[in-house]
Design a protein around this ligand. Structure first.
Ligand SMILES: [Zn+2]
Length: 141
């Protein structure tokens, strides 16, 4: 935790002023060019490996860079991914959607492991999770 706090302090002392200038440049007229879905994995730093800056793209992160099928939007009002697509593609007229996975994704490894019914039943117990159940069914096909 100390490292994170030191990083925040360093950012405030060394980089914040430059970032505020970038924020001011795009404040009134941001023109993002892509909606970028990627994994929440700590090894993924999308703005670093795409060399993008403030205002360049919407970034949506979740476990496994998953975009649920519309049939699984149980409550589209509380799900991030459809809202990001609506905001990006409909409101901001973005024409590029990037889904960026990575090697050794723990979320994808877990989904793959759920193909094993014994493992899945141990992990899930008696609970029925619609999303996970759906993935297990899909991977069996
Ligand atoms: Zn991942």
């Amino acid at each position: 935790m100390d490292r994170i706090i030191k990083g925040i302090m360093k950012y405030r002392n060394c980089h914040r002023e430059g970032m505020v200038k970038q924020f001011q440049q795009v404040r009134d007229h941001p023109e993002p060019k892509a909606v970028f879905f990627t994994c929440m994995d700590s090894r993924m730093i999308p703005t670093r490996f795409t060399e993008t800056n403030v205002g360049d793209m919407f970034v949506v992160r979740n476990a496994g860079n998953v975009i649920p099928h519309s049939q699984h939007f149980v409550d589209e009002l509380t799900m991030c991914e459809p809202a990001a697509l609506e905001l990006g593609c409909v409101v901001n007229d973005i024409r590029h959607i990037i889904v960026c996975g990575h090697s050794d994704c723990k979320a994808m490894n877990l989904l793959y492991a759920l193909r094993d019914e014994e493992f899945a039943s141990k992990l899930l117990g008696e609970q029925e999770d619609i999303a996970v159940e759906s993935v297990v069914v899909r991977t069996r096909q």
